[in-house]
Write a protein of this length. Structure first.
Length: 135
């Protein structure tokens, strides 16, 4: 192969999820520890769709929404055929390891990030919600 300097705009490497309900797999969970002043412990969840799409979701701990978000995440995993173990789900190694590689259902909607339109995970959903046309 002969070298030819690339010109033009680089093609996007990752494929974006379309707006709507999707099935995805948790491909990676990254632990983002908080600090004592303002940041809270967070799991950055890397999701991959059945057609190679990718998107991130964040599960932040110690907020008014943590318990509900975590319960929906676990319900989504359970609806994909995985028994939920009797353990304490929180910002710990056991939760981190349990989430890895699990199939889930997600809802994606158009949002904004730093002023630009971008599709975002609005939440983890149950099988029943996934099957509904107008969630």
């Amino acid at each position: 192969m002969q070298y030819t300097r690339p010109t033009g705009v680089r093609k996007s490497i990752s494929k974006e999820f379309e707006v709507g309900n999707h099935q995805a797999m948790i491909k990676k969970v990254t632990r983002l520890p908080g600090d004592k002043k303002k940041k809270k412990d967070t799991f950055m969840i890397h999701l991959e769709g059945v057609h190679g799409e990718s998107i991130l979701s964040f599960l932040t701990f110690d907020t008014p929404f943590t318990n509900e978000n975590l319960q929906y995440l676990l319900a989504s995993i359970e609806d994909n055929g995985v028994a939920i173990p009797d353990m304490s789900f929180r910002y710990n190694r056991e939760t981190y390891e349990f989430l890895y590689g699990k199939n889930v259902f997600i809802n994606v909607a158009e949002g904004k990030y730093k002023g630009k339109k971008q599709n975002q995970v609005t939440g983890f959903i149950t099988l029943k919600e996934y099957q509904q046309e107008n969630f």
